[in-house]
Design a protein around this ligand. Structure first.
Ligand code: SAH
Length: 272
């Protein structure tokens, strides 16, 4: 083994199911000399791939400075250091706050993406976040809690687009979510789904309601932590009888890999 300084890998552990880490992320965990994991969020099961002699620490009770000093010290000792983060490291993960001290210390680092809880929640509920002619846009956001929202990013302002909203970190603020959606002109009957612990084996819960009912339904279901709130005009499409179909698979649509088999009314050469 070389005496060179090791690399710190920020690895997305996925949303909870240990099988939802990427093949690359799992490979890094398997050869890690040290792993710092977010104990409150990453399922301990994600640690099942770590080698027996790996140094493992839980970041739950550490400050940012303690975390960066730990990562820097471990990189001086072993070749592969893993920082395991929930979902994808680039979403609400304090990635840059940890990257900057590593850059300053000259420690090489890389980021491995992960399956975000937004994707896992849509999958759990069998929902599509985009649908032709309904919405083609997804916003990842949160409502204002202790972290202030930058100007122009209130939920009411974002909801004015009437697109799909994946709302993180907001399960205790459902009253505020509802009032901002109403302020943006959403109907009280507009569907909202809350997914608690998406993909966690045996712990996942799905609550379906509307802007008007979702808070009471989640209270009844005793859901107050670790949940994704999805508000979208696409919700429930599984049951729709009238659905605009994707052009990509339309028999009259020609694209790079397939010629139209029936004449199109408006033949388009646009990519799908
Ligand atoms: N980087 C993570 C998000 C971290 S912020 C990601 O990409 O998913 C933590 C928030 O993510 C929680 O408040 C909750 O809104 C959401 N979250 C994380 N894991 C979840 C899960 N398994 N199910 C539902 N929501 C989850």
């Amino acid at each position: 083994m070389s005496t060179e300084i090791g690399t710190v890998w920020f690895v997305g552990a996925g949303p909870g199911d240990p099988e939802l880490i990427t093949v690359k992320g799992r490979g890094l965990v398997e050869r890690a000399g040290a792993i710092l994991y977010a104990g409150s969020l990453v399922s301990a099961a994600a640690m099942r791939w770590a080698p027996a002699d790996c140094v493992v620490a839980d970041s739950k009770e550490m400050t940012l400075e303690q975390m960066s000093s730990w990562l820097i010290a471990q990189a001086g000792r072993c070749q592969t250091v893993v920082r395991l983060q929930t979902g994808d490291p680039g979403l609400y993960g304090a990635l840059i706050e940890l990257v900057q001290p590593l850059d300053a210390a000259g420690v090489p680092l890389q980021v491995v993406p992960g399956v975000s809880s937004a994707m896992a929640s849509a999958a759990a509920a069998v929902e599509s976040l985009t649908l032709p002619e309904v919405t083609q846009t997804v916003i990842f956001t949160r409502v204002e809690g202790r972290t202030p929202m930058p100007p122009g990013e209130s939920l009411a302002a974002l909801a004015a687009h009437h697109c799909t909203l994946c709302i993180f970190l907001s399960i205790t603020l459902l009253g505020k979510v509802a009032s901002e959606l109403l302020a943006a002109g959403w109907s009280p009957d507009a569907p909202v789904v809350v997914v608690h612990k998406a993909s966690w084996p045996g712990e996942e819960k799905i609550v379906r309601g509307t802007v008007a009912t979702i808070q009471a339904l989640c209270r009844e279901a005793r859901i107050a932590t670790q949940s994704m709130v999805i508000a979208s005009p696409t919700l429930g499409a599984r049951q729709w009888t009238t659905l605009a179909k994707s052009k990509l698979y339309d028999a009259s649509f020609t694209h790079r890999f397939r010629r139209a088999s029936v004449p199109a009314e408006n033949l388009t050469l646009e990519s799908p």
